[in-house]
Design a protein around this ligand. Structure first.
Ligand code: SF4
Length: 96
């Protein structure tokens, strides 16, 4: 049986500057509370950052982050957006 390939998110080459953590020309903000549990978040020094979005707070202000690995947005019958946490088994299946 073939093993599932899983790529580990990273921010190699990120440099802390006076303005904040600089990575690929962007100044990155630390992740926000809603990001906790997302597999894309990467620890750097004593904080976590997202290699996908430099400004996680702005991403969540627009609604549910569409790249989040730990939650999924679903629209209810009433048209409301509902955030569902993904179970660990579903997260594991996504990696296959
Ligand atoms: S992908 Fe979205 S939820 Fe995950 S760490 Fe980045 S901003 Fe947060």
């Amino acid at each position: 049986m073939a093993k599932a390939k899983k790529t580990q998110a990273h921010i190699d080459g990120a440099v802390m500057t006076d303005e904040g953590l600089s990575y690929k020309g962007f100044i990155m903000d630390p992740i926000v509370e809603k990001c906790e549990g997302c597999e894309r978040a990467v620890a750097h020094d004593d904080k976590k950052y997202c290699p996908t979005y430099a400004k996680p707070a702005q991403k969540w202000n627009q609604g549910v982050c569409n790249f989040a690995t730990h939650v999924r947005a679903e629209v209810t019958k009433e048209g409301k957006v509902k955030v569902n946490p993904l179970k660990a088994s579903k997260r594991a299946a996504r990696g296959r």
